[in-house]
Design a binder for this molecule. Structure first.
Ligand code: ZN
Length: 345
């Protein structure tokens, strides 16, 4: 390995810690799920892609969020949920991933009468059948009624998500998360949920510091989040940067997603290089691989092209991801060994 050369991201040791199931349904997978769920799709793949992915130059959160409508329709029965997880795992295995944490919100698959437990069990079945080294993160949700401009109280649904995370912890599930509109539903609204998670010994990551600034990251860390979903805006506060450095809380950065949702105008505006230079524990993830037409390899290649990162820095990102995973120390070490072997080859 030449330490100071600009990296080539060809390694087969990809890890994704921040990947939403509903935003990562490939075209062939969508067609299978539609057949299972008896949903009619456009016959032309380009037309179908327009429903599942944003245009390359998308910078609109509204357009971005529209791409989740069809996936939600496709994920309303157990067979489809199981197949969706299975397909994503199989695809990732072929793409050179060695580990993934796939997240989804069970409460979004209840439209046709499934319970959250049936949904979680179906997802675990898909995971187990695939044989791929992956775990599930169950997303609790921030929900906001934009017509009334008020936060929806879905604490019962979120508490049930947490109960299931505890029940299936280590059996396919590794953690919980909270997703949804951060700007309208700040972290403090969910203080109780995470206090309960802590009490139950369920690990958690919190989406924070994406739509809102560093104060959201501070609160997530104060509530005990082991990782921060995005956290990309932490750089706006020296205090937050100091906390991240001191506590070594990993950031789950998703560079292309931040462009597509309009957090930053372009990759060069993202503070990724500053985080690396200052020793923040950075991981690089896809967020929604279908929506943003991306993979961890593409994310890494993009930041290499823009910032001229070295092999050493890319390897460090892989190692960070391995160590930040919701895994036992022994399983993390296995991933680190695979990364070291890939770089020695
Ligand atoms: Zn996310």
């Amino acid at each position: 390995m030449k330490n100071n050369s600009v990296a080539k991201v060809t390694q087969n040791c990809l890890i994704d810690l921040h990947l939403h199931l509903d935003g990562s349904i490939s075209i062939p997978s969508a067609r299978e799920l539609a057949a299972i769920s008896k949903v009619t799709l456009p016959e032309d793949d380009n037309e179908l892609k327009k429903l599942l992915a944003v245009a390359e130059d998308c910078t609109s959160l509204v357009d971005y969020l529209k791409t989740f409508d069809l996936p939600q329709t496709l994920l309303q029965n157990e067979e489809a949920i199981e197949r969706c997880v299975y397909n994503l795992c199989t695809e990732m295995s072929k793409q050179g991933y060695i580990y993934a944490e796939i997240r989804f919100a069970p409460q979004f698959s209840m439209n046709e009468g499934l319970t959250q437990e049936q949904i979680v069990k179906a997802a675990i079945k898909g995971l187990d059948k695939s044989g791929f080294n992956a775990q599930l993160i169950l997303c609790a949700m921030r929900r906001f009624d934009f017509s009334k401009m008020e936060i929806i109280d879905n604490s019962d649904l979120n508490n049930e998500t947490l109960r299931l995370a505890k029940k299936y912890l280590g059996k396919g599930v590794c953690a919980i998360d909270i997703a949804g509109p951060e700007a309208q539903c700040p972290v403090n609204h969910y203080k109780e949920l995470f206090a309960k998670a802590k009490e139950l010994g369920v690990p958690y990551t919190i989406h924070a510091g994406e739509a809102l600034g560093p104060e959201s990251v501070n609160l997530a860390i104060e509530y005990g989040a082991q990782r921060i979903g995005h956290g990309v805006r932490s750089i706006e506060s020296e205090k937050t940067m100091a906390i991240l450095i001191e506590k070594r809380v990993p950031l789950e950065l998703c560079p292309l997603s931040n462009i597509n949702t309009g957090v930053y105008p372009s990759i060069k505006d993202e503070p990724i290089k500053s985080y690396l230079d200052r020793g923040i524990v950075v991981t690089i993830n896809a967020d929604n691989s279908m929506v943003s037409s991306t993979t961890v390899r593409r994310e890494l290649q993009t930041i290499v092209d823009v910032f001229g990162l070295t092999d050493e820095q890319i390897k460090q990102i892989f190692i960070n991801s391995a160590n930040a995973a919701f895994l036992s120390e022994a399983s993390k070490k296995q991933l680190v060994d695979l990364i070291n072997a890939e770089y020695e080859a």
